[in-house]
Write a protein that binds this ligand. Structure first.
Ligand code: SF4
Ligand code: SF4
Length: 448
C-alpha cells in the first residue's frame, strides 16, 4: 500500500452558536450544502476512484473527501494542511459521479473546495509567478502559446530533446513536465476566415479551438475542421474566443474562470450557429458548466444558458449529423481511451464508439476498465507527477493488453498523457484523436 497523505481527525460538529474556525462562504453556499447532503455514505464510489486504488485511504476516496468538505464547511477543520493535501490529490476525474446512486455532483464540490483553499492559503512567490505566467499570460493568448510551441519545436528538431532525455539532466520537476511534451506541429491552421462547407451546406457551426490543443496538437483541430466541412458545415472561428477556463477553475481561480467564460460567450453571440463545437473533453465539460458558473450574473446568466444549450462535443455532434459517412478503409486495431470529462462529466460514451465503428476496416477493442482515469487530469500530471504516474501505469497495463495498433483519445490532456504512456510502456502503437481517425478514412476514400 502506498501512503503519501496525512491522516485527518474530524472533530465533532460544534453547536451552531459556537464560533467556528474559518468557515468558507464558498462551502456554505446553499447549493453546495445540498450537494453534500445528498451523500448517503454508501461507499459505492470507492472502487471507481483512482486515488483510492493507489492509497487505500478513506480520505483519498470520494466519500472521505465529501466528509472533509462538510467538516471544513462547518469549521471543524482548517482549510489548509491535511484538508488541502487530500483535496489536491483528487484528480477531479468525476468517475465517482458516474458510480454514485445518489446523484452527488462531486465535481462542483471539488471546485468549491479548491476555491475555498485558494481564499485562505498564501502561495509561494514561485507558485504565484508560475500561475500568473501559465494561467493569465499564456493560456488565454493563442499567439503567445504558439510562440512557446514553436520555440519548443526547435528544441525537438535540433536533437537537444533526445540528448536531454537520454542523459536525464533535468531536475525532477522539469523532467516530469518535459516527459509529456508531444511531438509539436510544423504548421498551424488559419482561423481568420470561415472554412466553407463541402457539398450541400447544412448550416454554420462555431468551432472552439482551445489553447493547448491549438498550440501543441493543432493537427487535431485541422482534422476536426475538415471532417465538419465534409459533413456539410461551414466552420466559423469566433475571433474573440479564448481558453475555456478549465485549468483556472480547477486551480481555484474562480474570478478568472468567470472572466474567460464571459469572453467566450461574447465571442459566440450574435450569429445563429447550429452548434458550438469543442473537440476536447475537458474543455467541453467546463464550457457546459458556464450556466452554473455565471448563474448569479444578471447579464450573462441567460446568455450562458443559451451558449450551453448549443455547446456539443464534436463526437456528440457528428454522431447525429454524419451526413457523409466515412467510406475509406482503415486497417487498424483500435482501443478508445475515454476522457473522464467526456465520459463522466458530459456523459458522452456511446457516440465516439459509434463513430469509430462506422469506419470500414477498424476493429474496436474495449479496455477492461474504460471508466478509469489516465492520470492526466488537467495539470495534475504536472502538480502531482508521482501519483499521476501510478495512475498512468495502471491505465497502460489495461491499454497494452488490447494489443491495439492505434490508441484513440478525445481530449488534449489524455492525448498527451497517452503519447507519454505508450512511449513509457514501449508499446508499438500510435496515439491519435477520434477526428484524426475519421479524417484518415475520408482521405483514404479519395486517395486509396
Ligand atoms: S474525482 Fe476522481 S479522484 Fe476525485 S474523488 Fe472522484 S473518482 Fe476519486
Ligand atoms: S456513491 Fe455517492 S452517496 Fe455513496 S458514498 Fe459515494 S458520493 Fe456518497
Amino acid at each position: 500500500m502506498t501512503t503519501h497523505t496525512s491522516p485527518v481527525t474530524l472533530q465533532p460538529a460544534p453547536p451552531r452558536a459556537a464560533a467556528p474556525r474559518a468557515e468558507s462562504n464558498v462551502l456554505n453556499n446553499g447549493h453546495i450544502r445540498d450537494l453534500m447532503g445528498q451523500c448517503i455514505h454508501c461507499g459505492l464510489c470507492l472502487s471507481a476512484c483512482p486515488t483510492y486504488s493507489v492509497f487505500h485511504t478513506e480520505m483519498d476516496s470520494p466519500r472521505g473527501r465529501i466528509a472533509l468538505i462538510s467538516a471544513a464547511a462547518d469549521g471543524r477543520i482548517d482549510l489548509e494542511g491535511p484538508f488541502q493535501e487530500h483535496i489536491e490529490l483528487c484528480l477531479g476525474c468525476r468517475a465517482c459521479e458516474t458510480a454514485c446512486p445518489s446523484g452527488v455532483q462531486y465535481g462542483m464540490l471539488y471546485e468549491a473546495a479548491r476555491t475555498a483553499i485558494e481564499e485562505v492559503r498564501t502561495p509561494s512567490r514561485f507558485e504565484r509567478a508560475a500561475r500568473w505566467l501559465g494561467l493569465r499570460q499564456l493560456m488565454p493568448h493563442k499567439g503567445r502559446l504558439r510562440l512557446l510551441a514553436r520555440t519548443m519545436k526547435l528544441y525537438q528538431i535540433t536533437g537537444i530533446q533526445r540528448v536531454v532525455r537520454g542523459l536525464h539532466v533535468l531536475p525532477k520537476g522539469l523532467r516530469d513536465m518535459e516527459a509529456i511534451l508531444p511531438p509539436l506541429p510544423d504548421s498551424y491552421p488559419d482561423y481568420s476566415q470561415p472554412a466553407p462547407a463541402i457539398g450541400e451546406k447544412r448550416g454554420e457551426v462555431a468551432f472552439l479551438y482551445g489553447c493547448v490543443q491549438d498550440a501543441f496538437l493543432s493537427g487535431v483541430n485541422a482534422a476536426s475542421v475538415r471532417v465538419l466541412q465534409r459533413n456539410g458545415y461551414e466552420v466559423h472561428f469566433p475571433q474573440a474566443q479564448t481558453c475555456c477556463g478549465a485549468a483556472q477553475l480547477h486551480s481555484g481561480e474562480h474570478d478568472l474562470g468567470q472572466e474567460l467564460a464571459r469572453r467566450n460567450i461574447d465571442a459566440c453571440r450574435g450569429r445563429d450557429y447550429v452548434a458550438i463545437i469543442s473537440n476536447a473533453g475537458g474543455c467541453g465539460a467546463t464550457l457546459k458548466q458556464y450556466d452554473h458558473l455565471l448563474a448569479d450574473d444578471p447579464l450573462y446568466g441567460a446568455w450562458a444558458k443559451e451558449f450551453v444549450g448549443k455547446l456539443q462535443d464534436i463526437s456528440e455532434f457528428l454522431a447525429d449529423h454524419l451526413h457523409n459517412p466515412p467510406t475509406g478503409r482503415v486497417e487498424a486495431r483500435v482501443t478508445y481511451v475515454d476522457s473522464c470529462h467526456l465520459r463522466h462529466g458530459q456523459k458522452v460514451v456511446r457516440q465516439p464508439r459509434q463513430l469509430i465503428n462506422a469506419i470500414p476496416g477498424v476493429e474496436l477493442v474495449e479496455l477492461k476498465q474504460p471508466d478509469m482515469c489516465c492520470g492526466s487530469a488537467g495539470i495534475y500530471n504536472i502538480t502531482q507527477p508521482d501519483t499521476a504516474n501510478q495512475v498512468l501505469d495502471a491505465k497502460m497495463a489495461d491499454v497494452t493488453q488490447t494489443h491495439a495498433t492505434t490508441v484513440v483519445t478525445a481530449n488534449t490532456g489524455c492525448h498527451m498523457q497517452m503519447i507519454y504512456g505508450v512511449r513509457k510502456a514501449n508499446m508499438p502503437a500510435e496515439v491519435i484523436h477520434l477526428v484524426e481517425l475519421l479524417d484518415r478514412s475520408y482521405f483514404k476514400a479519395e486517395v486509396p
